[in-house]
Write a protein that binds this ligand. Sequence first.
Ligand code: NAD
Length: 362
Amino acid sequence: MKLNIAVIKGDGIGPEIVTEAMKVLDKVAFVYSHEINYKEVLMGGASIDAYGIPLTDETIEVCRFSDAVLMGSIGGDTNTSPWYKLEPSKRPEAGLLGIRKALNLFANLRPAYLYRELSDACPLKKEIADKGFDMLIMRELTGGLYFGERKTVTENGIKKAVDTLTYTEEEIRRIAIKAFEIARKRRNSVISVDKANVLDSSRLWRSVVNEVSKDYPDVKLEHMLVDNCAMQLVRDPSQFDVVLTENMFGDILSDEASMITGSIGMLSSASLNDTKFGLYEPSHGSAPDIAGLNIANPIATILSASMMLRYTFDLDKEADDIERAVNSVLSDGLRTADIYTDGTTKISCSDMGDEIAGRIGK
Ligand code: NAD
């Protein structure tokens, strides 16, 4: 298969971790006879330095005409970097919002998986952590409260702020379809999270999700109220497979789910539109404090590349192989500094890439 991938290495540790993910992808291409065509473009701080703006039309066009985008994190030290002296619309993060909008990336996927070898980093009780968990939070990314009309007015001398939470049937339907499709690649279960006991938008959410579920009789659907979901994530995270939810609930629940894995350097993510196209990036930031030291953990980015193979290219066998290689490296006790514990072996960012690439196809 021919894979056309746009690459945005990003800022801080971005170039280091993306280089390792490309190393692993190249090995996959070699072992499974695929051809990868990379096109590198700039975004974020690197684009500000080169062009004065965080996102150029050229970057958008190259991404739009690729099958997928592999991205490192963007941004710098928010206290010291000159990028943060610019007005908000010219800062690195504006590039990220701009590209999501330009490419209509409405579905954000964040897996939260507890590796047995890293379970000591899980802040939950041992008997809960010992059961393990493997979930995927699917968050609606372009609607809801964060994009609704807002205003602050003064009425009779008293200030009043208004935010509005709006969803259309279509916005709900397209992400529900994604959730059921992806559940079929996992354990065939969707838990849809809402606040249907209070909010009209949630009642519509629930009824559209029910409607979509009729086309997926093989996928089990449950509904859960968001307050209960927040509790269940720490009481018994093993019950979740795909968690489908709207923008604000997903913002909060995906951070909670990340937290219980205990290791930020391991968390991948994807943002998808209604085609097979996706933008794949680690969940963490650009870690300017350790940039250039070759000590960053590249696994989140490598696992994002694995998500790309699975969700954009339907190359499930190749994606499984990357995940198996990551597991193998961890079982062999190899660790970057962020996940190092006594009795394991500390290795660099580039050595971690070599070790994972070396296990592909074995
Ligand atoms: P961060 O995630 O970059 O770093 C938090 C801490 O985790 C730091 O101590 C860092 O060294 C460590 N860390 C993060 N990723 C690591 C990895 N792969 N390996 C080892 N250690 C790792 O968060 P921050 O410091 O709040 O933000 C730094 C910059 O990143 C800011 O400019 C912020 O806006 C940006 N940011 C970008 C994205 C994105 O591109 N999607 C997301 C979050 C933050």
